[in-house]
Design a protein around this ligand. Structure first.
Ligand code: NAP
Length: 281
């Protein structure tokens, strides 16, 4: 299916259908707003060891029937798709990208915890197809990134930056992709890099805080959907910029918006939510 036909010319293949985000996408696609836009599920991929193979895509969370069966065959999952959305695991991303390139289907990648080879694989795929990577698909978080860049640039360098994030107990990577992105944005706004500034762990005799450090604190507990707060701590005052996601549907709706955007007349390339939201590059 050619990407230039837009989503209306095909469906949406969800890679990672049986997971938390895959099931949120099933529900988001059943909302009136998505139905009115003609968005529909066309394929559903899980791993070869999934207990849900052959079952309806809505079965893992008892969502209403979709009529699409879950498969571990990537070509089958992508058949008839105008665009794919990947919420799987970093280990599955290489094969998912290769399958999308093979059939020319644009892909929105929401999977986090990606290492450098995975980032490079996205860049390589983006030479052939449109690829959009967003560690956080929510509108609020993407605006938060803008606000953090502004605050980091505007406040004096002796305002210490700390990043707090909290997620549910099943999350596999830490700190979250969003926390890392917030750190990158803050460091870049101060003319530095996260690699030069990040302090991911503190334990024992750590010594005084190095100037310019960006510290991370992580909570994993219960069913927390996602919280991020960036602290700018001066002497005598503290600015806190934060975001709380209370429902995974917010990420799913953002992913559908990104998928629609990507499937409409985009050429090969690597895109981000900044492009979708018109915030510039
Ligand atoms: N960008 C965002 O806004 C955002 C928001 C939330 C989460 N995330 C990220 O999205 C990813 C998924 O999160 P989640 O909570 O949905 O995870 P999850 O519940 O563990 O689901 C993972 C999904 O990937 C499938 N999968 C695993 N290995 C696979 C393979 N080799 N081939 C094909 N499918 C495979 C699983 O299928 P089976 O287990 O059934 O085999 C399952 O459907 C994580 O990286 C998370 O951090 C991003």
């Amino acid at each position: 299916m050619n990407s230039r036909q837009g989503v209306a010319g095909g469906g949406i293949a969800v890679l990672g259908i049986s997971g938390r985000m895959g099931q949120a996408l099933v529900r988001a696609l059943q909302e009136p707003a998505a139905q009115a836009l003609g968005l529909r599920l066309s394929g559903a991929l899980a791993s070869s060891g999934s207990p849900f193979l052959g079952q309806d895509a809505g079965a893992p969370s008892q969502a209403p029937v979709t009529g699409i069966a879950i498969t571990a065959d990537r070509a089958q999952a992508l058949a008839g798709a105008a665009v794919a959305i990947d919420f799987t695991l970093p280990a599955a991303l290489h094969a998912n990208l290769a399958a999308c390139v093979a059939v020319g289907v644009p892909v929105v990648v929401g999977t986090t915890g990606l290492d450098l080879p995975a980032e490079n694989a996205m860049a390589t795929a983006a030479v052939r197809i449109p690829v959009l990577h967003a560690p956080n698909m929510s509108l609020g978080v993407n605006l938060l990134l803008e606000l953090v860049a502004q605050a980091a640039a505007a406040l004096p360098a002796d305002y210490d930056i700390e990043i707090f994030e909290a997620h549910h107990k099943h999350k596999l990577d830490a700190p979250s992709g969003t926390a890392v992105r917030l750190g990158q944005v803050a460091a870049n706004a101060r003319g530095s890099s996260l690699a030069a500034s990040a302090v991911y762990v503190r334990e024992g005799q750590t010594g005084a805080r190095p100037p310019g450090a960006i510290g991370f604190a992580t909570v994993r507990a219960g069913d927390i959907v996602g919280e991020h707060t960036v602290l700018f701590c001066g002497t005598g005052e503290r600015l806190e910029l934060g975001h709380r996601a209370t429902d995974r549907l917010t990420f799913a709706r953002g992913a559908l918006r990104a998928a629609q955007w990507l499937a409409a007349e985009r050429g090969p390339g690597l895109y981000s939510m900044r492009d979708v939201l018109g915030l510039g590059r």
